[in-house]
Design a protein around this ligand. Structure first.
Ligand SMILES: Nc1nc2c(ncn2[C@@H]2O[C@H](COP(=O)(O)OP(=O)(O)OP(=O)(O)O)[C@@H](O)[C@H]2O)c(=O)[nH]1
Ligand SMILES: [Mg+2]
Length: 409
């Protein structure tokens, strides 16, 4: 009998991470991927004890990693009584079967399952909860041999060993029924939110998008003084929050959205479609980037790819480089590592600033927020007058100084 795992106050679950890297990948990249996986685990309260990597151009069809590496992992896991092994890529049904056989007492999960668990924990609205639940069942169905049982979620464990073969067919049927039930429930909820959105006056809509943990919710608070949950954990925001804002007399809607991540499970993207519609239906995207993160350029690519996947790639897109207070320059001349840009003008000399609409800010230290507001105002008012061509025109420069002085005094 395999061990079951619960979250308890007394004992923090432990894990080892396993990743394969191809030969093009640098050691730093592999390390960054593993750091991210460890951060995901930490977000779930799981402590990472060690990481294992193997250079492989093709994942082993039987056991994900090669025989020798698996033995190494297996020995470590036994010696330190590790609770679970987290693989950085999706495991197939036969991987799980074979790994289970080799690793006996240790729980085998993959990155997608971990992300699904985080979403489950974070979801607050009925819609988000239903969306994650659907994604989970869809993830489970093809893998139902022995990775999961339908009890696992109700019983609050991160994963449990599955049913015997005879129960398997019954379980599959139950899950299929669950899936169609959840789909119906979602349809109803989607219809309701669609009606709600339609009943809102036609307003300019701005969405904050970006990789997870870049500071979208923090920025939402700064721009609108809204009370939005921000935390140094991955996927602090899973539900989208919409706030009505007024910037120098021009009203618009600002939406804080769920963050993106490398290898976001496809079942999640599918079932989060209605949440992601907030992005698809937006007029303007504020693409927030954590410039202090070592792989921020790759994160920009991941976000752009995900935007393209949901059909939101051709919108007015303002790049907002956040966390300049924390940036340590490693590779961008003319600046040196111990001498990063210090003024906004210098920031703009960095190659990323060549994009005309790129802005450098620190949401935490409220640095350069005025410029962000100015650019946002310009874009929002452009859209506003497209929608309401006969509306009285506001002069930004005048409003800017009068309002700004008022705020200062
Ligand atoms: N140093 C620094 N930290 C920041 C800044 N802005 C946000 N943070 C921190 O970054 C962490 C993540 O911030 P959030 O606002 O929750 O990020 P998010 O993009 O909404 O994250 P998800 O909802 O998880 O996708 C928090 O610990 C913030 O305090 C900044 O300008 N500088
Ligand atoms: Mg957030």
């Amino acid at each position: 009998m395999k061990k079951e795992l619960y979250y308890t106050e007394e004992k923090q679950p432990t894990a080892v991470l396993v990743a394969v890297s191809n030969h093009q990948q640098t050691a730093e990249q592999t390390q960054e991927y593993l750091d991210e996986l460890a951060f995901l685990a930490e977000t779930m309260g799981i402590k990472t004890l060690k990481s294992f990597t193997q250079k492989l151009d093709k994942i082993d069809p039987r056991t994900f990693v090669g025989k020798g590496k698996l033995e190494e992992v297996s020995n470590y896991v036994k010696q330190y009584e590790v609770d679970m092994i987290i693989f950085d890529d999706d495991l197939s049904t036969s991987h799980v079967k074979n790994l289970d056989r080799e690793l006996k007492d240790c729980l085998v999960i993959d990155r997608s399952l971990l992300i699904l668990q985080i979403f489950m924990k974070r979801a607050k609205t009925a819609q988000a909860k239903t969306q994650v639940e659907l994604a989970q069942y869809q993830y489970m169905l093809p893998r139902l041999t022995n990775l999961w049982t339908h009890h696992s979620r109700q019983r609050g464990g991160i994963g449990m060993k599955g049913p015997g073969e005879t129960e398997l067919e019954t379980d599959k049927r139950i899950i299929r029924d669950k899936i169609s039930l959840l789909k119906k429930k979602l349809e109803k909820l989607d219809k309701q939110s669609h009606v709600r959105r339609k009943s809102r006056d036609r307003m300019v809509r701005v969405a904050l998008v970006g990789y997870t943990n870049v500071g979208k919710s923090t920025l939402m608070q700064v721009i609108g003084k809204a009370d939005v949950f921000a935390e140094n954990k991955l996927f602090a925001t899973v539900d989208s929050t919409v706030r009505k804002m007024v910037l120098y007399n021009i009203p618009f809607l600002l939406t804080d959205t769920v963050g993106f991540i490398r290898k976001l499970p496809t079942t999640l993207i599918e079932s989060f479609k209605s949440t992601l519609d907030e992005i698809v239906e937006a007029d303007i995207l504020l693409h927030v980037v954590d410039i202090s993160h070592d792989s921020f350029e790759e994160q920009i690519d991941v976000v752009n790819k995900t935007l393209a996947e949901i059909g939101a790639q051709d919108k007015t897109n303002i790049l907002v480089f956040n966390k300049i207070d924390q940036f340590t320059n490693k590779e961008y001349p003319p600046f040196e590592e111990d001498n990063p840009p210090s003024t906004i003008a210098e920031w703009k000399q960095l190659y990323m600033g060549k994009d005309e609409k790129a802005i450098f800010i620190s949401a935490i230290q409220k640095e350069n927020i005025e410029e962000l507001r100015k650019v946002l105002f310009e874009e929002v008012s452009k859209k506003f007058y497209e929608i309401f061509p006969n509306h009285e025109k506001y002069d930004y420069n005048q409003l800017w100084f009068t309002e700004d002085k008022k705020q200062e005094s």
